[in-house]
Ligand binder design. Structure first.
Ligand SMILES: Nc1nc2c(ncn2[C@@H]2O[C@H](COP(=O)(O)OP(=O)(O)OP(=O)(O)O)[C@@H](O)[C@H]2O)c(=O)[nH]1
Ligand SMILES: [Mg+2]
Length: 287
């Protein structure tokens, strides 16, 4: 019971703003410990998009704006492609800003390679803990355009897709189905040529599809333009029912996959399938 006491004490400290304890609790969650916390009203924004479009930089300037508005912001950077461009970059940026604001920012990197079954089972408990500890804005950054990124952003109830001035990337996102989950599309690097054209052509393609309620916004994280407007828009987003049910379905599929992948009989069943001793139906029954 010593263990339980310690965890409760840790949660208390983390709630008082102790970041070390918060970090430890997040590690405990990653190692499979369930925390005795009931909280389901965290504010979460998922940010995704192709590598290098400026997601981390953009999140950094958004965080500054949020902190200026009195929010406490926690960022979960999932699989940062390099330590420099992921959590570390954000952490550096925050260290450069005033000590006061760094109290209001918490950044944590998460690597899927540490978790063969994926991060999915830990996201909800992490989000709950952060919300419980008073982090009023929680951001999840993921890189790429594959199934696992969709699965991760589905844990956010607001989703922002970031792209660059090159329209090719958005086509990938369309194929992967990320667009369906996104509430808004941000074309970052608006300081570069073609950004306005890219935004226009995306808007046009939305008008011809089922996406005409989706907003397209231009920002330059580098020059800090469009940031305040972007925050205004994100703050006003209403939870969309149709997108929400898509997200909930993704969460259920994730949980289902995890259950399957963590079944202790899985390896034996796979071997039996391979050797032809059983068929798929029999495998399902055994699972
Ligand atoms: N010109 C310009 N460059 C930018 C802008 N925002 C970010 N960059 C640059 O783009 C590069 C990638 O930025 P990151 O913020 O690391 O991009 P990311 O999307 O987080 O990258 P990954 O996490 O690796 O996918 C860096 O060199 C940034 O300085 C912008 O608004 N304009
Ligand atoms: Mg990044």
């Amino acid at each position: 019971m010593e263990m339980g006491l310690t965890i409760i004490k840790r949660i208390e400290l983390a709630k008082e703003g102790n970041r070390r304890e918060l970090g430890k609790l997040l590690s405990l969650i990653e190692s499979g410990v369930k925390l005795p916390i009931n909280n389901s009203n965290s504010w979460v924004l998922g940010v995704t998009g192709p590598p290098g479009v400026g997601k981390s930089t953009l999140i950094g300037v958004m965080v500054e704006e949020w902190v200026n508005r009195g929010e406490r912001v926690a960022v979960l950077a999932v699989d940062p492609s390099s330590p420099r461009s992921g959590g570390a970059l954000l952490a550096d940026r925050m260290r450069m800003s005033s000590a006061d604001s760094s109290e209001s920012v918490f950044v944590r990197s998460l690597a899927t390679r540490n978790h063969p079954g994926g991060l999915i089972p830990f996201l909800d408990p992490m989000i709950n803990l952060l919300g419980f500890c008073g982090w009023s804005r929680i951001i999840i950054e993921t890189v790429g355009g594959g199934q696992s990124e969709i699965r991760i952003v589905a844990f956010a109830d607001r989703v922002m897709l970031v792209d660059g001035p090159d329209r090719g990337d958005i086509v990938q996102a369309e194929k992967a189905g990320i667009i369906e989950l996104a509430d808004l599309v941000v074309i970052n690097k608006s300081d570069l040529p073609n950004a306005q054209n890219a935004a226009n052509s995306i808007k046009t393609s939305f008008d011809y599809s089922n996406n005409n309620d989706k907003l397209v916004i231009l920002t330059s994280a580098l020059n800090k333009t469009g940031i305040s407007e972007l925050i205004d828009v994100v703050e006003m987003l209403e939870i969309d029912n149709e997108r929400n049910s898509l997200r909930i379905k993704e969460r259920l599929l994730s949980a289902w996959d995890f259950l399957l992948l963590s079944n202790p009989a899985l390896n034996d069943i796979l071997l039996d399938l391979e050797s032809g001793r059983i068929n798929l139906d029999e495998a399902l029954n055994r699972l």
